[in-house]
Design a protein around this ligand. Structure first.
Ligand code: AMP
Ligand code: MG
Length: 397
């Protein structure tokens, strides 16, 4: 690991290999969290007719104030075919079609209801309480764009325009291979020298939330045969993520076995802390990530490189980690060789996000990390980032 690759450079090398996967139609009922790969234009105006935003009376503004004859009633979904003449009012519910001839709606609270008439004492403005035809979305305009995430509100906008299916890339299949003879699944009992396996559930959670379909198996023993068996079947996925066994110890076998199986290594070793011995390679179109076993290193590597790749495979236009600006609450020492990703809690103040580094920054400390909200990027350098200086942070939720 003579030359450590700068973090930004490593991300470029990953993303240039992460070509969007093939496209498929997805019913919008199943499309939450997917990424659109084609613009969607609305075939209809929204609202599709001038509609009332209040329960009240549709009238002509020129007749007010005055006493008007009530000549009909409109409910949502039950329009009135007759049009409104001078001196008339039509009762109307929220969402009802404003009848021809009416140019304003007076809310029922401002109306004095008589036998078959209404008295309205105040004037009203033209168009008051009327939602104009196409006022939200005009027919032919773009409702959602290629590369955008299908958020709940975007799904609703698509549904409101009558869109039943969208085009998305198929979800990437990810095989997670955790390595380590010492690892036992939670729920089993621990023998001497054993620990519970915790990276699998963490990596799966990050990647499933990014849209991947994740396959996991039991932890793989640190023998070449066991690694080869696990990797051979994993390499049929779109993305392989290994955990552990990627450093320089005698039992770190992942890279060696991958090379034997034909994985072409793109890089190994990134100028970051935690997570330096991160490996990335390709096997045909399959992207192969080797994350270090220490849980915090694994998490940081996954957020900085694997998650962006999963988004890029789905056609996301800005798959890079979404760092935001904040302010350090206390001084942090920079490291000359490597960018540091310091775990912190975020305290929201009137000036924005205040980033408070947590105690317990060692890369095995997943317990301490679980109390953090963010990782803060401390670029490599010779000095200190003083308290009060700005820094970028990535949320850990
Ligand atoms: P390695 O990268 O395999 O050398 O592992 C580094 C450290 O992380 C060792 O202390 C391992 O026991 C621990 N470790 C490796 N994989 C896992 C895992 N899946 N869950 C929890 N700890 C792990
Ligand atoms: Mg290991």
């Amino acid at each position: 690991m003579a030359v450590l690759l700068p973090v930004a450079e490593a991300l470029v090398r990953v993303l240039e290999r992460a070509e969007p996967l093939s496209r498929e139609f997805v019913g919008i009922d199943r499309a939450a969290g997917r990424i659109l790969v084609e613009d969607v234009l609305s075939p209809v105006d929204l609202p599709p007719f001038p509609s009332s935003s209040m329960d009240g009376y549709a009238v002509r503004a020129a007749d007010l104030p005055g006493i008007l004859n009530v000549v009909g009633s409109v409910a949502a979904g039950r329009p009135e075919s007759r049009s409104l003449a001078a001196g008339e009012a039509i009762e109307i519910s929220t969402g009802g079609v404003v009848p021809d001839g009416a140019d304003t709606v007076v809310p029922v609270e401002h109306v004095c209801v008589l036998a078959e008439q209404v008295e309205i004492l105040a004037p009203a403005g033209l168009g008051d309480n009327i939602r104009g035809l196409g006022g939200d979305i005009a027919a032919g305009s773009t409702v959602a764009r290629a590369g955008e995430l299908l958020t709940p509100a975007r799904l609703a906008a698509l549904a409101a325009c009558g869109t039943a299916n969208v085009t998305a890339c198929r979800a990437p299949r990810v095989a997670i291979v955790v390595t380590g003879t010492e690892l036992r699944a939670p729920g089993q009992s621990l023998g001497p020298g054993e620990i519970y396996e915790s990276n699998g559930v963490m990596l799966a959670a990050v990647l499933e939330r990014a849209g991947a379909i994740v396959e996991r198996a039991q932890a793989t023993e640190d023998t070449e045969e066991a690694h080869a068996r696990a990797l051979e079947s994993a390499l049929t996925a779109d993305v392989v993520v290994t955990s552990g066994g990627v450093s320089v110890g005698p039992h770190d076998l992942v890279r060696k076995v991958q090379a034997r199986l034909g994985v072409e290594e793109v890089f190994w070793g990134v100028a970051m802390r935690p997570g330096k011995p991160l490996a990335f390679g390709v096997y045909g179109k399959t992207l192969v990530f080797g994350l270090p076993g220490n849980p915090v290193s694994s998490l940081v590597g996954c957020l900085l490189f694997v998650r962006p790749a999963i988004l890029a495979l789905q056609g996301h236009l800005s798959p890079e980690p979404a760092f935001r600006p904040g302010v350090l609450s206390a001084a942090v020492r920079q490291r000359p060789e490597r960018d540091d990703f310091v775990r912190a809690t975020v305290v929201w103040t009137d000036d924005g996000a205040s980033l408070v580094p947590i105690l317990g920054q060692e890369s095995h400390m997943i317990g301490h990390t679980s109390a953090a909200d963010a990782i803060v990027h401390v670029p490599r350098g010779e000095g200190m980032l003083e308290g009060g200086s700005t820094a970028r942070f990535l949320r850990l939720d």
